[in-house]
Design a protein around this ligand. Structure first.
Ligand code: ZN
Length: 438
């Protein structure tokens, strides 16, 4: 009796924690049958497989013919469908209300680039199953100067204070330290040194005071935004001759790059009718009203960067991204949602399209949003590919994304930590959110 009350309470709690998300995982076996698996360990497709999930893990994967599925298993028909690892958006800014938008877009992991205690609480609730959504990794408040306009920030007035900030962020449980614009070289050095002592990695922008070479030399692990490479190394006017120099610094230092091209494409379009048309896209109903007003204001402004030069800023970053990729620099797919045009969840498909536009094959673009993310997070033994023993973070698609990257939008259901969300359930969730915000 007591047990049943506890169970009912748990169900109620889960149901209450994310309105519209019912918990349909009952610890039973689930089997995808006759599905084409794209495991993402190499460019290959395993035809007609059965993938068996128990307690959130993949426990078997074999050809469907001759595979005896336990009677108790819930069957998911995968005929003519494609199963890929759950996607990762490696650069976001989010709040709790956005979590289901990620699930609905097949995204099972996100990296948040400016976190505070609310993000730590969300991460904790997700890990304990009290909330449903993608797995969350988060930096602490970005470390910058008072003029920076973002609400969440840490502002050290000296290298000593910077060290304390790093210590406190590590102690609070953040996954990364984020450096941002404006900080001095001495503050930057203090952050890097203390982060090494604390065993936490430094990611983010490249402050002008240190430049790309300084960031590389000091061991910053990732550069967020291809535009940061322009600001910290190439400069203006844009010069393609400088691309190789930047690429060699980054590749020698084994840094990762999260180019966030899709948002740059938007900035290229902002003065054109296309931008206004984009603001009428169906997914705009999922954008918070204040954010949407901010986006609309971009239709009236000229270029954000304000640099007049012969080469287009976006096109330059596209070339830069391809050169980085060609040199073997690991690329991460990130969107920087909710920057203009970047709708939480939906935007990752735009970034994948942009990576293919840059010259990556669909497989390499998909890697940037799956296995590369896992490698970057040092979690490649837990998720990012499909094999026995991995956590069941999976996305079922109607189309083959290796043939056409746009197929990542053909969502036919998502499994996050072993919980299955059918297409109709995801549609229902989206409908509810859309109603609330319009
Ligand atoms: Zn950002």
């Amino acid at each position: 009796m007591k047990r049943r009350i506890v169970f009912v309470l748990l169900v109620v709690l889960v149901a209450l924690s994310v309105p519209g998300l019912a918990n349909n995982f009952e610890g039973k076996l689930t089997a995808f049958v006759n599905v084409n698996v794209i495991p993402m360990d190499s460019e290959r497709t395993l035809r007609d497989q059965t993938v068996l999930i128990d307690n959130g893990r993949i426990i078997a994967m074999k050809p469907s013919s001759g595979f005896k599925i336990p009677k108790s298993a819930t069957i998911i028909d995968g005929k003519d469908k494609f199963l890929i690892p759950g996607l990762m958006d490696m650069h976001v800014h989010f709040e709790e209300k956005h979590l289901s938008l990620y699930l609905a877009n097949g995204i099972t992991t996100i990296r948040n680039l400016n976190g505070d205690s609310t993000h730590l609480e969300i991460r904790e609730k997700l890990n304990r199953g009290k909330l449903q959504g993608p797995r969350v990794y988060t930096t602490g408040p970005l470390i910058t100067v008072p003029e920076t306009r973002w609400k969440i920030k840490a502002v050290p007035e000296s290298p000593e204070v910077a060290r304390t900030i790093v210590k406190n962020q590590k102690a609070a449980g953040y996954d990364f330290i984020k450096v941002y614009d404006g900080i001095s070289e001495s503050v930057y050095r203090a952050i890097i040194e203390e982060a090494k002592i604390q065993g936490i990695q430094v990611v983010g922008h490249v402050p002008k005071s240190v430049g790309l070479e300084g960031a590389a030399k000091n061991g910053q692990v990732s550069v967020d935004h291809a535009e940061q490479i322009v600001y910290s190394y190439v400069g203006f006017p844009l010069d393609e001759e400088k691309i190789q120099g930047a690429v060699s610094i980054i590749s020698k230092a084994k840094m990762w790059v999260c180019p966030t091209l899709a948002v740059q494409e938007i900035f290229k379009l902002n003065r054109q009718a296309k931008f206004v048309k984009m603001l009428e896209d169906p997914e705009m109903k999922f954008v918070d009203q204040d954010i949407f007003e901010w986006w609309k204001s971009f239709a009236r402004t000229s270029r954000r960067d304000g640099h007049a030069n012969s080469l287009d800023f976006y096109d330059f970053q596209v070339k830069l991204t391809k050169a980085l990729f060609d040199a073997g620099v690991p690329i991460l797919a990130g969107t920087d949602a909710p920057n203009p045009g970047m709708v939480h969840g939906f935007a990752l498909h735009e970034e994948l399209r942009n990576l293919v536009h840059a010259g990556l094959t669909p497989y390499e673009a998909l890697k940037a949003a799956t296995v590369n993310g896992a490698l970057f997070l040092d979690e490649e033994e837990r998720f990012g590919t499909i094999k026995v023993g991995m956590i069941a973070d999976l996305l079922l698609l109607d189309g083959n994304p290796l043939e056409n990257i746009e197929a990542t939008r053909s969502n036919s259901g998502v499994m996050a930590r072993g919980r299955w969300y059918s297409k109709s359930e995801l549609n229902r969730i989206l409908k509810e959110i859309g109603k609330k915000r319009s």
